[in-house]
Design a protein around this ligand. Structure first.
Ligand code: SAM
Length: 253
């Protein structure tokens, strides 16, 4: 049952999504005004009706709804890349993951979702303004209990004594290799997301010095081709998100 203060997803007859809070306020849409107080004590799957008589279905928002609607600072890691990071590194409930930089907090939210209430995500960020945005987004997603955002340069070192995995989205992941050797548990993954080929090249040049500590270097790029589904025709969409980043995985011995 929905309680006052809960985040709720409303979906209109066109499939348009609205992320709202169950509260004593009005929410204005082009399909009419909704009294958000009416959401309290309803169940997910039920509906509310706007003053124009339009029906809005009530759903529980998932991480993708939160990330789609949250405030952004820098460019986020997309779900297709977050998915492969989590799957290939085997990130699991209860894990401790060290992340940098936090940016808008999108990858942080995906990681927090998978490590669960028994896990921890410790995220380093250089910029106070981004750390503030990310903190709000993490709170909106309901993961403040398991995420710690630190205003620190991860190139200077990692405070934590050990971690199951290290996940990086910053310009020079090779600068974190000496710290990862100290902190990563055997079997844990070091993952670096970088948009440019020269960053991957530079990473592997630096990696030569540390290769005795790691095995299984792997670099992937994820391409997702979506299809248009119409009654008479299903075909690939004419446009796609062609390139986001290269994802490098190395595993600690
Ligand atoms: N992965 C984030 C997301 O999904 O929202 C976006 C990260 S953004 C592209 C890169 C972030 O790394 C920026 O916020 C930047 O300030 C931060 N950053 C860059 N170098 C850093 C460092 N040495 N230590 C900590 N944070 C750093």
């Amino acid at each position: 049952m929905i309680r006052e203060g809960d985040r709720v997803l409303l979906v209109d007859r066109r499939g348009k999504r609205y992320l709202v809070t169950a509260s004593n306020r009005e929410f204005h849409t082009d399909l009419g005004i909704i009294n958000l107080g009416e959401l309290v004590e309803k169940d997910y799957g039920e509906s509310v009706i706007s003053h124009k008589g339009e029906e809005f279905r009530i759903l529980k928002p998932d991480v993708n709804d939160i990330i789609a609607k949250m405030r952004r600072g820098p460019q986020i890691v997309h779900p297709k890349d977050a998915g492969i990071i989590i799957a290939y590194a085997g990130i699991s409930p209860g894990n401790t993951v060290i992340e940098a930089g936090v940016g808008s907090g999108a990858l942080t939210i995906f990681l927090a979702n998978i490590v669960g209430p028994q896990g921890r995500v410790i995220s380093y960020e250089l910029r106070e303004d981004f750390a503030r945005i990310a903190q709000k987004n993490v709170e909106m997603a309901g993961f403040a209990d398991r995420v710690t955002i630190k205003l620190k340069n991860i190139y200077d070192g990692i405070d934590e004594e050990s971690a199951d995995h290290i996940v990086l989205d910053l310009p020079q992941p090779e600068n974190v290799l000496p710290h990862a050797v100290e902190v990563l548990k055997p079997g844990g993954y070091f993952v670096a997301y970088t948009p440019c080929t020269n960053q991957v090249h530079r990473f592997f040049q630096a990696f030569q010095e540390y290769r005795e500590h790691f095995y299984k270097p792997r670099v992937v790029e994820v391409l997702v081709r979506e299809h248009e589904v119409k009654r008479e025709c299903m075909r690939p969409k004419t446009t796609m998100l062609a390139h986001t980043g290269y994802i490098t995985f190395i595993r600690k011995l």
